[in-house]
Ligand binder design. Structure first.
Ligand code: ADP
Ligand code: MG
Length: 260
């Protein structure tokens, strides 16, 4: 296995009864890149993320993180290793401040290098980490406000901050722009790009907005009915006839509908 591959699946499979939601998927994700998974609704993208993060067990195949077999590891374990998973639902405590939410997220997955601190002396470490993240996601002015008072765009930044707080190496972002007003999308995407570049993170992204996907991705895997239909750089995917027929053609026809 190449040492630049941070995450790899080998014939990963997930069945729900008779339905094969993820059907022998083999992908290799290069470290420090932006790797998107696209495909129509029901293609198996969210299920694949659930398998990678250990939210769901596989029914076949293997998953490796930095060469380590993580196939059977549950979510808290993959999170400790450095795989951060975002959700389409929110996990924010509405009555706690932005700072408290982010500090708790940092604390919940205290990094190994904080291990030598005792419980009480750890608090300032997490508080400091929280402020760092708050600045990174652009919420400094709102840090002491209850999370519920943030506008929708601000809550998305907060979710991103909570994901970043424990400093994961890989970020799995499942439709981070879903439900956002289209004029707010570029700011969030720019933020995700800067997090990836500045932090040297590996980002896996599921996203329906094709303009976003084509502009940010280093590599794209196209899924269809649980299987990998194609994989390549954005220009290879755009010009791939099979992908055009199965997916992109329809998407561009209904242009813009998905990003509203
Ligand atoms: N927990 C579940 N139980 C049964 N079927 C599921 C479950 N989760 C997903 N599926 C099915 O698996 C298929 C893939 O779903 P999903 O991974 O959510 O697709 P995508 O994220 O690409 O839209 C769909 O047919 C979906 O209905
Ligand atoms: Mg999904």
């Amino acid at each position: 296995m190449s040492e630049n591959i941070i995450l790899e699946t080998q014939n990963v499979r997930r069945e729900f009864g008779a339905l094969v939601a993820v059907d022998d998927v083999s992908i290799q994700v290069q470290a420090h890149t932006f790797h998107s998974i696209i495909g129509p609704n029901g293609a198996g993208k969210t299920t694949l993320f659930n398998l990678l993060s250990g939210n769901l067990p596989v029914t076949g195949g293997k998953i490796y993180f930095k060469g380590q077999d993580i196939t059977r590891l549950p979510v808290h374990h993959t999170a400790h290793l450095g795989i951060g998973r975002s959700f389409q639902i929110t996990n924010i405590f509405p009555n706690l401040t932005v700072l408290e939410n982010i500090r708790l997220a940092a604390q919940a997955l205290g990094k190994d290098n904080f291990r030598f601190f005792n419980a009480a002396s750890k608090f300032p470490v997490y508080e400091e980490r929280a402020w760092e993240v708050i600045e990174q996601v652009g919420l400094t002015d709102q840090a002491l406000l209850p999370a519920r008072t943030l506008p929708h765009g601000g809550q998305r930044k907060l979710e991103l901050g909570m994901l970043l707080a424990p400093d994961p190496e890989v970020l799995l972002l499942d439709e981070p722009t879903a439900g956002m007003a289209s004029e707010q999308v570029p700011e969030l995407i720019a933020l995700i790009e800067s997090i990836q570049e500045v932090g040297g993170k590996t980002v896996m992204l599921v996203e329906h907005n094709m303009n976003v996907v084509m502009s940010v991705s280093d590599r794209i895997t196209v899924m269809h009915w649980g299987s990998v239909l194609a994989e390549g750089a954005p220009d290879e995917i755009t010009s791939n006839e099979v992908v055009q027929q199965a997916y992109l053609g329809q998407l561009y026809e209904i242009g813009g509908k998905k990003d509203s």
